[in-house]
Design a protein around this ligand. Sequence first.
Ligand code: HEM
Length: 155
Amino acid sequence: MLDLVPIAIAIHALAAVVWVGGMFFAYTVLRPSLGKFEPPQRLTLWNDVFERFFVWVWMAVIALPLTGYYLTFEYLGGFGSAGMHVHIMHLTGLVMIALFVFLYFIAYRNYRGAVAAKDWPLAAKNLNTIRQIVGSNTVLGLLTVIVGASGRLWG
Ligand code: HEM
């Protein structure tokens, strides 16, 4: 029978790279590079960036738990026999996903509405919330990648 474990690990790792790498780039490279633009330009550009990036984040947010649970049960024999690193990754992964769902359905929804209405102060306020959540998720994501990638050696 076809062994899906290597495929699941590959998809899991790719989803982590795309999501965490994208947030890292947005936070540490793109954000400080846009300071010279006026608010209407900057806030409209972020709107376009989010519209494209969040499609990829949704794919990652669906793929990570699907492949993660598959690996836990098919490869490691369930949560009872999985190492501590899988429990930590499970917890931090679910927190990251919950933060993204909140970001998408509350802060980003308000942000999009404010940009469409050209209400720049309201857009800036919601962008600040998005920035804080993305900042937290970047740190959590980097830690989760460390735990996920190194955990089999200590977990
Ligand atoms: C529902 C949440 C998750 C579950 C149940 C889960 C489960 C797993 C399992 C079972 C493994 C294999 C561990 C081993 O070989 O000992 C793994 C590996 C890994 N996970 Fe997760 N994971 C989850 C979320 C995440 C998230 C959110 C990230 C990063 C953003 C992540 C990043 C990684 C990485 C980088 C690896 C190592 C891949 C490799 O080098 O082979 N995981 N995960």
